[in-house]
Design a protein around this ligand. Sequence first.
Ligand code: SAH
Ligand code: SF4
Ligand code: F3S
Length: 482
Amino acid sequence: MEFMNLDQFDLAQSAPDEEPQRQYYYMALARTKVAALAAEVGHTLTAHVTTFGCQMNARDSEKLEGILKLVGYELVEEEEDADFVIYNTCTVRENANNKVYGRLGYLHAIKNKKPHMMIALCGCMMQEPEEIQTLQDSYRFVDLVFGTHNLYKFAELLCTALDSDRMVIDIWKDTDMIVENLPVNRKYPFKSGVNIMFGCNNFCSYCIVPYVRGRERSRKPQEILREIESMVADGVKEVMLLGQNVNSYGKNLDPQVSFAELLSAVDEIEGLERIRFMTSHPKDLSDELIAVMAKSKKICHHMHLPLQCGSDRLLKEMNRHYTKAHYLELVEKLRKAIPDIAITTDIIVGYPGETEEDFLDTMDVVNQVHYDSAFTFIYSKRTGTPAARKEDQVPEEVVKDRFDRLLQVVRKDGQAKAESYTGSVQRILIEQVNEQDASLVTGRMDNNSVVHIPGDASMIGTFVDVKLVTCKGFYYIGERLS
Ligand code: SAH
Ligand code: SF4
Ligand code: F3S
């Protein structure tokens, strides 16, 4: 990536209008302000970003951290130790929101003892006007609030917040902008998420994401390839291509590029060893994509294919644009082309109006597919979505009962799948020293399963062939072969 040198800016001049130059100017300015504050309090300022949401949210946090580091903050592991805490929020389900408010109270207590401390909130929850109102009414101690569309101008906002003693709020309704070449602080040296698109145009009836992440916009393939190439030059071996619906990548680009075409190009990047992507929407999963996956040696044999529900009636209400039969057909095609593919999913239980019959359709798909693993969610009403206006909410005890029944099957299938790999030889990427036992290191298989083997920190970031000796439910103890 072409990161700019902060020393080139004359801060006596006004900020340039063009991006990303403008943000680099503000990083240079923030650096002087952070240094002044550090001199005042007598130590290097520390910062911590907490991610509440999905992989895209996590990638955004890495962008914030990149800027924080460049302007002079030292990143610390614990919120308690930080002079600046940022909560990068999620609002996909009610409990995601509740967590944020709970923890804000705790941060307030810390801030009371540390007056120079700053607190910022950003992410999906901030795109909801009611939440901003709540913050203004009851959480006045928050210093900076921004949204998902203007995250790129964090350096500029930080300068304003450092100069102000009031809550600085900047939220945009939507954007068509993509600002490239801003700094990023990768969590892992050897693997990284890569945004290929932002936003979502699908408007599934239960889902808040299109409202808080805006319209779908794809990054240009050249920008994506350039970013991955520079990551690889920097030691990255595995990338996860990120988008709410990667299968509709490129539809708004001129000339149009398909996700399969992008994947083929990424596949050719020398030195890159593993490619993952997330999430695939069943309505747009093409034969071309399956063919590219089957041919590639780098694309992981894993497909996360959210089902949400198995009932055609509800799928229609959910605005998902596929049927149970179409979904099952896709699974069949995938398994035919890539016999050892791991298939995982997301399922929602208790969508308004869900009958026992609808639920049995979901169970039927689960029983036919035998997922490697499934994320199961209880439907959560999101204000502003079409489903929230429906009156026939399913009683809590009925939802709970269905949820438990589903979970039982999903667990049983997951365990059986995991068991079936025992004894096999797998290539794993070593990610870290085991947290409980320092004589072990932990790696991941192609299908994302976790394996622990004897080893040490020098192995982190390398690929190792292992034999899976024991299956412990959802992870393995392995033995090194190479
Ligand atoms: N873009 C992805 C999903 C993003 S949200 C896709 O379309 O598959 C991740 C998951 O959260 C969804 O797959 C869905 O299962 C779940 N989810 C979204 N909105 C929800 C809601 N209102 N209640 C419960 N679960 C929800
Ligand atoms: Fe939400 Fe549907 Fe978009 Fe996924 S595809 S983010 S579930 S609206
Ligand atoms: Fe949550 Fe936003 Fe991701 S609502 S799931 S953080 S896109």
